[in-house]
Design a protein around this ligand. Structure first.
Ligand code: UD1
Length: 435
């Protein structure tokens, strides 16, 4: 039976939230254990469905996994030990890869370890077609023969050993940067990636790889250089905080006219663009330390704004639905141009059901904002980031809001209900008898 969320009444979010480990950093870092000839011990791993799905895949490939630690709602994360010394398989099946696209990045490490790999194509997903051509073209440049058969990428290294190469991406891709970076760690010679993705999660992966003895330079810039080494050794690494979770709660504080103190993330080196936009809109953001901020509304009236989603350091697509929800309740017209994914406005009809006034023209959303627009309704979560935007809208509506299909939320937000209830919300998670 699927679960739903029932939110009761308007709430001001007041209090402190510890931001969890980042899903989008933890996933590639867990995958990087496939390269290690020893044990990779990770901490600050969030307790999320996507992490469980990935662990299922790694154990299928023969990785030995031990999980320990805090499963309470304190957000201290889990400790995980992964040992890939004796891998048993090089096939990542459709049943797992189709559930979570990020698992496609096992391709690079499997090629580095086995010289061959069979990984299911991830297929489309709700937010767009999401091809993998950038990954595959780059592997071909590293000396890999690739065929696509029955929905699988069947790849084998021509002379048994991956070769370093000069690779220029036609556009930055987070997943392709991670996939190639990992494979290049055990390739012969030097690999240079230009037009690489610059997301903070790429830096986190590079830091973890370097802790295992890799030689990665330039992560976080457009040009990454990786010198191949013979093998990677045991290491310990703590995963960075989740900037998307943090931004969602920052937006929640402004929407509910609350006062939140957030910790657990290097806010100013990961969310600079978002902080700048929220300040323009009228947020009062105080830096308490590098890893702690306090956020509330400033004294003036909140202002509308025009936003364009872009690769890092631009405004993130993963925080598009949340800011749209905030803009819906700010008097005046705002616009959002979504340039990363072609179909990432599925939350719009649901937000409109709750009282927003948003129209879509191609990849642009026009938001006619109105203070106190949100009314309670029964709505459906459509994807991960969209679902948190419905929760934020529900916190601003009178009476009961019901949100169905919240398994999306469980993929990406650790202890969401507990964390928000700790700040005054009244959220119940229950089984939905009608689904
Ligand atoms: C990652 C994030 C996701 C985020 C996205 C963009 C993880 C687990 N997921 O996804 O939350 O929304 O970055 O910031 O970290 N593309 C191609 N060909 C390719 C690869 C990508 O055309 O081979 C296109 C995609 O369709 C998309 C754009 O490039 O339009 C960016 O995708 P990419 O950066 O690869 O996103 P993901 O790594 O899948």
């Amino acid at each position: 039976m699927l679960k739903k969320i029932v939110l009761s009444g308007k709430t001001k979010l007041n209090g402190e939230i510890k931001i969890s480990g980042a899903k989008n950093a933890a996933l590639p870092i867990i995958v990087s254990s496939l390269l290690c000839n020893g044990t990779l011990k990770l901490s600050n791993i969030p307790h999320l469905l996507d992490i469980t799905t990935l662990i299922y895949l790694l154990t299928h490939l023969g990785v030995k996994v031990r999980v320990d630690g805090d499963l309470s709602n304190k957000g201290n994360g889990k400790v995980m030990e992964l040992n890939a010394e004796s891998l048993t398989g090089y096939n990542a099946p459709y049943s797992i890869v189709s559930q979570m696209r990020a698992s496609f990045i096992v391709l690079g490490p499997l090629l580095a370890r086995f010289g061959k790999a069979e990984v299911s194509l991830p297929g489309g997903c709700a937010i767009g077609s999401r091809p993998v051509d950038i990954h595959l073209t780059a592997f071909e440049q590293m000396g890999v023969d690739i065929t696509i058969e029955e929905g699988y990428v069947k790849a084998s290294v021509k002379d048994g050993k991956l070769k370093g190469a000069n690779i220029e991406f036609r556009q930055p891709s987070v997943g392709a940067t991670q996939n190639i970076m990992m494979a290049a760690c055990l390739a012969e010679g030097i690999t240079r990636i230009s037009n690489a993705a610059m997301e903070p999660e790429i830096i986190d992966l590079a830091n973890c790889l370097n802790a295992m003895g890799a030689k990665v330079k330039g992560a976080g810039t457009l040009d990454i250089e990786i010198e191949g080494v013979k093998e990677l050794h045991s290491a310990e690494y703590s995963v960075m905080g989740d900037r998307i979770e943090a931004a969602s709660y920052m937006i929640g504080a402004i929407m509910t006219d609350g006062d939140l103190t957030l910790s657990g993330l290097d806010f100013y080196n990961t969310l600079e663009c978002v902080i700048e936009k929220l300040k323009y809109i009228g947020a009062d953001i105080e830096k308490i330390s590098d890893n702690k901020i306090r956020i509330k509304r400033g004294n003036g009236k909140l202002k509308p704004i025009d936003i364009i989603t872009e690769p890092y350091p631009g405004y993130p697509t993963d925080i598009q639905a949340q800011i749209m929800t905030l803009l819906s309740m700010i008097d005046g017209d705002s616009t959002i141009d979504e340039t990363i994914f072609e179909n990432r406005f599925m939350h719009v009809p649901e937000l409109n059901r709750m009282g927003a006034n948003i129209s879509i023209m191609g990849n642009k959303a026009v938001i006619e904002g109105k203070e106190n627009c949100f009314k309670n309704a029964q709505v459906m979560a459509t994807d991960l980031r969209a679902s948190v935007s419905l929760v934020l809208a529900g916190l601003c509506a009178e009476n009961k809001t019901e949100i169905g299909r919240i398994y999306h939320l469980e993929r990406g937000y650790e202890f969401l209900a507990n964390k928000l209830n700790g700040c005054g919300a009244n959220i119940e998670v229950m089984y939905d008898k009608n689904q």
